[in-house]
Design a protein around this ligand. Structure first.
Ligand code: KIV
Length: 293
């Protein structure tokens, strides 16, 4: 598996230059430890506003705030040394006007030290994209299913499954590419449409539920690890982390309950203590309580 050939951190133009050269590998990440692992394999990490659903248990991404994005963005930038880190602009932080978007995106860049931001929306975000790019903020677009618009769309619905929807979505992609976006996420898009868009535009398409026709792929890390309880059809589970966590927690609970943990090697003796440790307290002989009920 390829690690980054470059020793410096990747930047937005490096991602753009990967189109038709190599498949672009990306994952979401919200914390330093998983970022450090994913950094070895990914070209970019996205601090997605999906963190609202994955980490905080919200039903949608709508309640996510700029402060939440900045806090997790900082953690990911600290954990990842080579991958580009892009941070999602949350709902309400950029739609009002290009200048509001600039103020908030500049805050994200300054406070997290990330290398790019992501905005949802096609043609309606083209002016804002141009405004940010002209002022030094690399922008990744996001079209197809745009979860921040869930209340208008009426659900997490696949886009472009009928041909009459294609022209508008293709125009969205072209408008963002013309406005200077360095890549575009295509979410939950019918395969032939994702292939057409990928052919038509000069910047990479990053698919999530948009087929292998895209120039790169991204998944929500907790989904592909097998940690999320429910995942969309387009997710392949590459791990069974929820099961591994439950097995470990069950074993811990049993060990604590039966006083097998902590054992001698997990404890601190006095510095001058030479004799044997005292035998366990009489409680140890008590029958352990039944677990999980
Ligand atoms: O927030 C997120 O995780 C995303 C991905 C779906 C691309 O935007």
């Amino acid at each position: 598996m390829s690690l980054h050939p470059m020793s410096r951190r990747l930047m937005a133009p490096d991602i753009t230059a990967m189109k038709r050269v190599k498949p672009i590998i990306a994952l979401t990440s919200y914390h330093a430890h998983t970022a450090a692992i994913a950094d070895k394999y990914c070209d970019f990490l996205l601090v997605g506003d999906s963190l609202g659903m994955v980490m905080h248990g919200f039903e949608t991404t709508v309640p996510v705030t700029l402060d939440m994005m900045i806090m997790q963005g900082r953690a990911v930038v600290r954990g990842a040394k080579r991958a580009l880190v892009a941070v999602d602009m949350p709902f309400g932080s950029y739609e009002e006007s290009p200048s509001v978007a600039f103020r908030n995106a500049a805050r994200v860049m300054k406070e997290t030290d990330c290398g790019a931001v992501k905005l949802e929306g096609g043609r309606r975000m083209a002016e804002t994209t141009r405004y940010l790019v002209d002022r030094g903020i690399p922008v990744m677009g996001h079209i197809g299913l745009t979860p921040q618009s869930i209340n208008v769309i009426g659900g997490f619905k696949t886009q472009g499954r009928t041909r009459d929807q294609w022209a508008a979505i293709e125009e969205d992609a072209r408008a963002l590419a013309d406005a200077g976006a360095f890549a575009i996420v295509l979410e939950a898009l019918a395969t032939p449409l994702a292939a057409r868009i990928t052919e038509q535009i000069a910047i990479p398409t990053i698919g999530i539920g948009a087929s292998s026709a895209c120039d790169g792929q991204i998944l929500v890390m907790e989904d592909m690890l097998g940690l999320s309880p429910r995942v969309p059809k387009f997710v392949k589970k590459f791990g069974a982390v929820a099961t591994a966590i439950e097995d470990a927690i069950r074993a811990y609970a049993e060990d604590v309950s039966e006083r097998r943990f902590p054992a001698l090697e997990h404890t601190y003796a006095m510095k001058d203590e030479t004799e044997e440790r005292p035998s366990p307290s009489p409680q140890v002989t008590k029958k352990p309580k039944k677990l999980g009920t």
